[in-house]
Design a protein. Structure first.
Length: 257
């Protein structure tokens, strides 16, 4: 029996699948010697060739097809001629539009061997997102999502970025509600079946303060500490949740073998 959001979810699955497949495709290319500009071009062509469009391109003046956030970049890193080197930790954030609906997802990638510090931060960031997703169901509050993430990462000595958050998404790129990655239990809006949004915690190895560079986009940690992020687009079902942006190849966190 169809519910009143079945059609929406069907379209979200298609968009989410394309976004996730884009990250799957990029995996083999992310290694020492490639530029973030090349990653951007590969993504644009893959999404185009599969019937979609890269949502970030020309969004509010952004001139690239995805975001590449490297090492101490928190989010919205702009692809460039920067060559990836051994030891870099990179977040790639892809949003695909297909049939007017959006799929938004990001993953961390490691370039060659990275430090234990970077590995631990990446693992903790992934687990924080995963823990928040696992509690999703009708009746819980948005504050419960933030609490799950914040309590987990702060217990491990990390901090949660306050300046950016997850967001509602469907046939609009960014819409209500905002999904804060910190918060108090049993506070905020109650989740209801049919809601679709992203969970995308940005976790820093140092303090949570960020600043925006002169390009107007790139957000970096003020103390130059490492930052990591993962993101999924999810939907609330009658008794739980659905992830629209899971990898076809079973990739969850690096290293991707």
């Amino acid at each position: 029996m169809k519910n009143n959001y079945s059609e929406k979810f069907e379209k979200m699955r298609v968009a989410g699948k394309l976004a996730a497949q884009t990250l799957d495709m990029l995996t083999e290319f992310i290694k020492p010697g490639i530029t973030t500009e090349k990653i951007d071009r590969l993504s644009y062509e893959f999404i185009r060739d599969n019937g979609g469009y890269s949502a970030p391109l020309f969004y509010r003046g952004f001139k690239k097809s995805l975001c590449t956030s490297l090492n101490h970049v928190v989010c919205h890193g702009v692809p460039s001629e920067r060559i990836l080197s051994e030891g870099d930790a990179l977040n790639v954030d892809v949003t695909a539009i297909i049939n007017e609906y959006y799929g938004d997802t990001s993953r961390m990638f490691v370039v060659g061997e990275v430090s234990i510090k970077a590995k631990n931060l990446i693992d903790t960031t992934y687990e924080s997102m995963n823990k928040a997703i696992k509690i999703l169901k009708p009746g819980i509050k948005l504050g419960d999502i933030g609490y799950e993430i914040q309590s987990y990462v702060e217990n491990k000595g990390y901090s949660v970025v306050r300046d950016f958050c997850g967001h509602g998404i469907s046939n609009v790129f960014h819409e209500a509600p905002n999904i804060l990655h910190y918060g108090k239990k049993n506070s905020g809006t109650e989740l209801k079946p049919g809601m679709t949004f992203t969970i995308e915690p940005m976790i820093n190895d140092g303090k949570y303060d960020v600043k925006i560079l002169n390009d107007g986009w790139t957000a970096v940690t003020k103390d130059k500490s490492l930052s990591a992020q993962f993101e999924h687009t999810v939907g609330i079902t009658e008794n739980g949740y659905e992830i629209f942006t899971e990898s076809d190849k079973g990739f969850i966190k690096p290293p991707y073998n």
